[in-house]
Design a protein around this ligand. Structure first.
Ligand SMILES: Cc1cc2nc3c(=O)[nH]c(=O)nc-3n(C[C@H](O)[C@H](O)[C@H](O)COP(=O)(O)O)c2cc1C
Length: 168
Protein backbone atom coordinates (compact mmCIF):
# COMPACT_ATOMS: atom_id res chain seq x y z
CA UNK A 1 0.00 0.00 0.00
CA UNK A 2 1.37 3.38 -0.93
CA UNK A 3 1.46 5.38 2.27
CA UNK A 4 1.14 9.07 2.64
CA UNK A 5 1.53 10.64 6.05
CA UNK A 6 -0.42 13.70 5.08
CA UNK A 7 -3.56 13.57 7.21
CA UNK A 8 -4.95 16.93 6.27
CA UNK A 9 -8.75 17.12 6.58
CA UNK A 10 -9.41 17.34 2.84
CA UNK A 11 -7.49 14.13 2.12
CA UNK A 12 -9.03 12.43 5.13
CA UNK A 13 -12.54 13.39 4.06
CA UNK A 14 -11.83 11.88 0.63
CA UNK A 15 -10.47 8.68 2.17
CA UNK A 16 -13.42 8.40 4.57
CA UNK A 17 -15.65 8.81 1.51
CA UNK A 18 -14.35 5.50 0.15
CA UNK A 19 -16.47 3.85 2.82
CA UNK A 20 -20.09 3.72 1.62
CA UNK A 21 -22.85 4.28 4.12
CA UNK A 22 -26.57 4.70 4.40
CA UNK A 23 -28.09 8.00 5.47
CA UNK A 24 -30.53 8.74 8.27
CA UNK A 25 -32.68 11.71 9.17
CA UNK A 26 -32.52 12.67 12.84
CA UNK A 27 -35.43 14.92 13.78
CA UNK A 28 -37.75 16.06 16.54
CA UNK A 29 -40.25 18.72 17.44
CA UNK A 30 -38.46 21.48 19.36
CA UNK A 31 -40.35 24.56 20.55
CA UNK A 32 -43.26 23.55 18.32
CA UNK A 33 -41.33 23.12 15.08
CA UNK A 34 -39.59 20.20 13.37
CA UNK A 35 -35.81 20.39 13.72
CA UNK A 36 -33.35 17.93 12.23
CA UNK A 37 -30.48 17.02 9.95
CA UNK A 38 -29.18 14.31 7.63
CA UNK A 39 -26.43 12.03 8.96
CA UNK A 40 -24.40 9.34 7.22
CA UNK A 41 -22.55 8.45 10.44
CA UNK A 42 -25.38 6.24 11.72
CA UNK A 43 -24.21 2.95 13.21
CA UNK A 44 -26.05 0.17 14.98
CA UNK A 45 -24.34 -0.31 18.35
CA UNK A 46 -26.11 -2.67 20.77
CA UNK A 47 -29.11 -4.97 20.95
CA UNK A 48 -29.38 -5.09 24.76
CA UNK A 49 -29.89 -2.32 25.58
CA UNK A 50 -30.93 -1.29 22.08
CA UNK A 51 -28.54 1.48 21.00
CA UNK A 52 -27.51 3.23 17.80
CA UNK A 53 -25.11 6.12 17.29
CA UNK A 54 -24.59 9.14 15.08
CA UNK A 55 -21.56 11.44 15.06
CA UNK A 56 -22.48 15.08 15.02
CA UNK A 57 -20.04 17.85 14.07
CA UNK A 58 -19.38 20.22 16.94
CA UNK A 59 -20.13 23.07 14.53
CA UNK A 60 -23.74 21.89 14.15
CA UNK A 61 -26.21 24.66 14.91
CA UNK A 62 -29.07 22.18 14.97
CA UNK A 63 -27.76 19.65 17.49
CA UNK A 64 -27.95 22.01 20.53
CA UNK A 65 -31.70 22.32 19.82
CA UNK A 66 -32.27 18.71 18.84
CA UNK A 67 -30.62 17.32 21.96
CA UNK A 68 -33.22 19.18 24.07
CA UNK A 69 -36.07 17.13 22.61
CA UNK A 70 -37.68 14.49 24.86
CA UNK A 71 -37.66 11.97 22.01
CA UNK A 72 -35.93 11.98 18.64
CA UNK A 73 -36.87 10.16 15.47
CA UNK A 74 -34.30 8.42 13.28
CA UNK A 75 -35.29 7.39 9.74
CA UNK A 76 -33.25 5.15 7.47
CA UNK A 77 -33.67 6.95 4.15
CA UNK A 78 -34.67 5.13 0.99
CA UNK A 79 -33.10 5.41 -2.46
CA UNK A 80 -35.62 8.01 -3.62
CA UNK A 81 -34.76 10.30 -0.68
CA UNK A 82 -31.71 11.94 -2.30
CA UNK A 83 -33.47 15.33 -2.62
CA UNK A 84 -34.91 14.96 0.91
CA UNK A 85 -31.40 14.26 2.22
CA UNK A 86 -29.96 17.36 0.54
CA UNK A 87 -32.86 19.39 1.90
CA UNK A 88 -32.25 18.07 5.44
CA UNK A 89 -28.65 19.26 5.15
CA UNK A 90 -29.58 22.63 3.65
CA UNK A 91 -31.15 25.89 4.82
CA UNK A 92 -32.80 25.32 8.20
CA UNK A 93 -36.11 27.01 7.35
CA UNK A 94 -36.82 24.68 4.41
CA UNK A 95 -35.56 21.33 5.71
CA UNK A 96 -39.01 19.80 6.08
CA UNK A 97 -40.81 21.45 3.15
CA UNK A 98 -42.99 18.83 1.41
CA UNK A 99 -41.39 15.98 3.39
CA UNK A 100 -44.07 13.51 4.58
CA UNK A 101 -43.60 13.29 8.35
CA UNK A 102 -44.88 11.20 11.22
CA UNK A 103 -44.76 12.80 14.68
CA UNK A 104 -45.17 10.87 17.93
CA UNK A 105 -46.85 12.22 21.06
CA UNK A 106 -43.36 12.71 22.57
CA UNK A 107 -42.19 14.71 19.55
CA UNK A 108 -40.07 12.19 17.64
CA UNK A 109 -40.19 13.07 13.94
CA UNK A 110 -39.63 10.51 11.18
CA UNK A 111 -40.00 10.49 7.40
CA UNK A 112 -43.13 8.47 6.77
CA UNK A 113 -41.84 6.55 3.73
CA UNK A 114 -38.42 5.70 5.19
CA UNK A 115 -37.11 2.13 5.23
CA UNK A 116 -36.93 1.96 9.02
CA UNK A 117 -38.06 4.43 11.65
CA UNK A 118 -36.81 4.53 15.25
CA UNK A 119 -38.13 6.35 18.30
CA UNK A 120 -35.12 7.28 20.49
CA UNK A 121 -33.85 9.22 23.47
CA UNK A 122 -30.32 10.49 24.02
CA UNK A 123 -28.47 7.84 26.05
CA UNK A 124 -25.00 9.38 26.16
CA UNK A 125 -22.83 11.93 24.36
CA UNK A 126 -19.12 11.19 23.94
CA UNK A 127 -16.65 13.89 22.90
CA UNK A 128 -14.68 12.68 19.91
CA UNK A 129 -12.42 15.32 18.38
CA UNK A 130 -14.37 17.75 16.24
CA UNK A 131 -17.48 15.54 16.51
CA UNK A 132 -19.65 14.23 19.33
CA UNK A 133 -20.67 10.59 19.24
CA UNK A 134 -24.32 10.56 20.24
CA UNK A 135 -25.59 7.26 21.56
CA UNK A 136 -29.35 6.93 21.18
CA UNK A 137 -31.50 4.47 23.06
CA UNK A 138 -34.29 2.94 21.00
CA UNK A 139 -37.85 2.77 22.34
CA UNK A 140 -39.72 1.65 19.23
CA UNK A 141 -38.98 0.56 15.70
CA UNK A 142 -41.15 0.51 12.61
CA UNK A 143 -39.64 -1.50 9.80
CA UNK A 144 -41.12 -3.46 6.97
CA UNK A 145 -40.39 -1.71 3.69
CA UNK A 146 -37.70 -3.76 2.01
CA UNK A 147 -36.82 -1.20 -0.67
CA UNK A 148 -33.38 0.02 -1.70
CA UNK A 149 -31.56 2.31 0.72
CA UNK A 150 -30.07 5.71 0.00
CA UNK A 151 -26.30 5.10 -0.30
CA UNK A 152 -23.78 7.88 0.28
CA UNK A 153 -20.39 7.29 -1.33
CA UNK A 154 -17.58 9.68 -2.35
CA UNK A 155 -19.76 12.74 -1.70
CA UNK A 156 -22.54 11.47 -3.93
CA UNK A 157 -25.40 9.04 -3.95
CA UNK A 158 -24.73 5.54 -5.23
CA UNK A 159 -26.95 2.58 -5.83
CA UNK A 160 -27.44 -0.70 -4.04
CA UNK A 161 -29.85 -3.32 -5.27
CA UNK A 162 -32.14 -4.32 -2.44
CA UNK A 163 -31.25 -7.66 -0.93
CA UNK A 164 -34.28 -9.80 -0.03
CA UNK A 165 -34.98 -10.02 3.70
CA UNK A 166 -33.68 -13.29 5.13
CA UNK A 167 -35.07 -14.98 8.21
CA UNK A 168 -32.41 -15.03 10.96
C1 LIG B 1 -25.30 12.81 2.93
C2 LIG B 1 -25.03 13.69 4.14
C3 LIG B 1 -24.56 13.12 5.30
C4 LIG B 1 -24.31 13.91 6.44
N1 LIG B 1 -23.85 13.30 7.56
C5 LIG B 1 -23.59 14.04 8.66
C6 LIG B 1 -23.15 13.43 9.86
O1 LIG B 1 -23.02 12.21 9.96
N2 LIG B 1 -22.89 14.23 10.93
C7 LIG B 1 -23.04 15.59 10.88
O2 LIG B 1 -22.79 16.27 11.88
N3 LIG B 1 -23.49 16.19 9.75
C8 LIG B 1 -23.77 15.46 8.66
N4 LIG B 1 -24.24 16.06 7.52
C9 LIG B 1 -24.48 17.52 7.54
C10 LIG B 1 -25.82 17.84 8.24
O3 LIG B 1 -26.90 17.24 7.59
C11 LIG B 1 -26.05 19.36 8.30
O4 LIG B 1 -25.92 19.90 7.02
C12 LIG B 1 -25.04 20.02 9.19
O5 LIG B 1 -25.26 19.52 10.49
C13 LIG B 1 -25.16 21.55 9.20
O6 LIG B 1 -26.43 21.94 9.62
P1 LIG B 1 -26.69 22.45 11.12
O7 LIG B 1 -25.68 23.52 11.43
O8 LIG B 1 -28.10 22.92 11.08
O9 LIG B 1 -26.47 21.27 12.03
C14 LIG B 1 -24.50 15.30 6.39
C15 LIG B 1 -24.98 15.88 5.20
C16 LIG B 1 -25.23 15.08 4.08
C17 LIG B 1 -25.76 15.72 2.82
Amino acid sequence: MKTNQDLDPVRLRQAFGDFPSGVVAVAAIVDGNPVGLAASSFTSVSLEPPLVSVSIANTSKTWPDLRRADHLGVTVLAEHHGPVCRQLAGPVGRRFDDVPLLVTAEGAVTVSDGLARFDCTVYREVEAGDHTIVLLRLHAVDHGTFGAPLVFHRSGFGHLSPVPQKGL
